[in-house]
Design a protein around this ligand. Structure first.
Ligand code: WTA
Length: 656
């Protein structure tokens, strides 16, 4: 079994962890599930009889026509859920609440980086979503068409997703930190007909020119017929080019449009969205999620994991461009009628107290964020949260990467003031929703453990042979409603990536350990995916970007432990003959990665080397590179074609 290099260290850290925390009496008193026996009972029922379990939950939502069969595995590994049911997730997120007392409740409470703000009630959201859906129709967008959304964290992002879902168009949101090249690849892969973007966005006091990034991306994409441009600041535009015939200001398109657009009665298995994520090969994969199963799963997980109450102010800090924002900013919370806090900018702008200031001013009750940010907060110092009143917080959550016990404890004590349960939630783009997690009112938590599986999730730790074991590889042994249905346009890759390790068992690609109480400790990726600040980056993807550069012959990229980001990237590259290795080349390569993927994928370090250590068959020995980067004693180098290479590399690494 191959672990990423920091796994051993983590294993040691988490194995030593003995602290346990029970939910407080006050929390328990109001919790939806407050007894561990209730969780156990429901869990066992959900595993024994998943169809009955999920049917019951699905009935809490609106269906135009009830399903015939709850789950169908005739076409394995593609599963169908709520077969032949007809529903609409946009209807369930919005219209369903208009008949209730939630009609005038805030759905989205938004603050821009400069401090401008906007509050949309469920009624307001309904009006905006309906109008946006009519604008899409006006441009000829139809059921099944793919729509790329490249927007900052402004309410229009959620509105445009719900508008697509309303008419059965497939949205594919691209995180606004991705470059033109990345957008182009995604647009072409899914043959998008329309792109939705904004004239700009604020980030650390600067304007990010999103429209010009889109212009560059789609200049040779014939599939794109129209671009909708949203004014970030109503009434005044940031300078940008509008190409006649192709580009349209949203505020002009929407002028006079009806605020009634009935939600399409969609099939449960109609595609809801595509979200591109990194895998082990050079090309990002378009993870496919469909309507009914994803809806039921995000609804149920949001309801139970965040113990949502009508009075909650829920803040999921993830950008909607990643799956966390899809499932726990937009769909899960809105399906539950929650009030969501949304913030456009950087957490340290204008100062390092911004997050705590937002919590105080809006009275946030639940904070769901990433360990990376928690570690950054720790580094910035306790004086920042200490300046603010955080007493409204009642529940904390983390997602995206393993949380080290030290960061967990800091979050618990400094932010939660010892009274807020922490839900450390393990899941993936592919799983659609949270899979392994505490339930805050009943699970005893241990710092660094995601604890136990959610309802319906048959999780285990297996060895290479598929035998249950204490330490090994995480595996999911039964289908669940939120599971991905495929990789867009690549059924073969879908099978190979997730279903070929063991028959009929989902392979997520994470190493894990199970303790004596059956608690799961997720140790990180075991494949060539690196989790930088909770963002997945495929090392193969980055390597192919390097070798596309005219000066680079070969490259190997590895993940290394990073104090704040969890993992950082180190690239070993060999220059082609005739190219001078210099600081300038290093800067050029970093700019190259920014241009090809985005700034977040730029490695911490680029190490030039005359050669890379290889086996006799020519395979790059990543394990050795990891050891070098880790400063570890070197293992057996006998298989190296030229053992001298390694010594030279090691010396080079240590001298930098
Ligand atoms: C990692 C993010 C440990 C894991 C929702 C997984 C975690 C990858 C946790 C998916 C956690 C996510 N503890 N590791 N609580 N949550 N991961 O697709 O390696 O962006 O495979 O989805 O993040 O990343 P993705």
């Amino acid at each position: 079994m191959v672990f990423v290099m920091n796994e051993k260290h983590q294993l040691e850290t988490v194995l030593d962890e003995v602290r346990e925390f029970s939910p407080s009496k006050e929390f328990r008193a109001k919790a939806t599930i407050s007894s561990f026996d209730d969780y156990r009972g429901m869990y066992e029922e959900s595993i024994k009889n998943p169809d009955a379990f999920w049917s019951k939950i699905a009935e809490e939502l609106h269906w135009f026509k009830k399903w015939d069969k709850t789950s169908n595995g005739d076409d394995k590994p593609v599963f169908k859920w709520f077969e032949n049911g007809r529903t609409n997730i946009s209807y369930n997120c919005v219209d369903r609440h208009l008949e209730s007392s939630f009609r005038n409740k805030a759905a989205i409470v938004w603050e821009g980086e400069p401090g401008d703000h906007r509050i949309l009630t469920y009624w307001d959201l309904s009006r905006e979503v309906n109008k946006f859906a009519n604008v899409l129709k006006k441009l000829g967008v139809e059921h099944g068409d793919r729509v790329i959304i490249y927007l900052p964290m402004i309410p229009d992002l959620a509105i445009s997703m719900l508008a697509c879902a309303r008419i059965g168009a497939v949205h594919s949101v691209i995180f606004a930190g991705f470059s033109s090249e990345s957008i182009k690849d995604r647009v072409l892969d899914c043959q998008a007909k329309l792109v939705i973007t904004a004239d700009g966005s604020w980030r650390r006091g600067n304007v990010l020119q999103l429209k010009s990034i889109v212009d560059k991306a789609i200049q040779n994409c014939d599939c794109v017929k129209d671009v909708i441009v949203i004014q970030r600041k109503p009434g005044s535009s940031f300078p940008c080019q509008i190409q006649a015939g192709r580009d349209h200001w949203y505020h002009r398109l929407v002028d006079g449009v009806s605020m009634n657009c009935p939600a399409e009665e969609l099939d449960s298995e109609d595609m809801l969205f595509l979200l591109y994520t990194s895998g082990t090969t050079g090309k990002p994969k378009g993870v496919v999620h469909t309507t009914g199963g994803y809806m039921v799963y995000t609804y149920a997980t949001a309801k139970y994991v965040f113990d949502l109450k009508p009075e909650d102010m829920f803040w999921c800090t993830a950008d909607i461009g990643w799956i966390t924002g899809h499932s726990y900013f937009v769909y899960g919370p809105l399906l539950n009628g929650a009030t969501c806090l949304m913030y456009e900018g950087a957490p340290d702008w204008p100062d390092r107290g911004r997050v705590w200031d937002l919590i105080e001013r809006y009275g946030a009750t639940i904070l769901y964020t990433a360990p990376t940010l928690i570690r950054a907060f720790m580094k910035w110092g306790n004086e920042w949260p200490a300046k603010y009143d955080l007493s409204t917080l009642r529940l904390l959550g983390t997602v995206g990467e393993p949380i080290n016990p030290e960061a967990w404890m800091w979050y618990h004590e400094t932010i939660g003031e010892g009274k807020c349960p922490i839900v450390d939630t393990w899941w993936q783009t592919e799983t659609g929703g949270i899979m392994i997690t505490p339930l805050p009112g009943c699970t005893v938590t241990k710092p660094g453990s995601a604890t136990l599986p959610f309802f319906g999730i048959d999780a285990d730790v297996l060895n290479e042979d598929g035998q249950s074991s204490q330490a090994g590889i995480l595996a999911i042994k039964k289908p669940w409603p939120g599971m991905l249905r495929g990789i867009y346009g690549d059924p073969q890759r879908f099978k190979e990536s997730y279903w070929s390790k063991w028959p009929d068992i989902y392979f997520p690609g994470d190493g894990a350990k199970k303790d004596a109480n059956g608690y799961f400790w997720i140790l990180g990726r075991i494949d060539d995916v690196v989790n930088v600040s909770g963002h997945r980056i495929g090392t193969a993807e980055l390597e192919s970007v390097f070798v596309e550069h005219e000066a680079i012959a070969e490259s190997a990229v590895i993940g290394v432990e990073h104090e704040i980001k969890g993992q950082g990237l180190v690239a070993f590259v060999t220059a082609k003959d005739g190219y001078e290795v210099s600081n300038d080349l290093e800067i050029e390569l970093k700019d190259w990665v920014t241009e090809k993927i985005g700034k977040f994928a730029v490695p911490e370090r680029i190490i030039f080397s005359a050669d890379l250590p290889k086996t006799r068959s020519g395979k790059i020995m990543r394990r050795l590179l990891r050891d070098i980067a880790d400063g570890k004693a070197l293992g057996n180098v006998a298989t190296l074609a030229d053992a001298g290479v390694l010594d030279a590399l090691k010396a080079k690494y240590e001298e930098d």
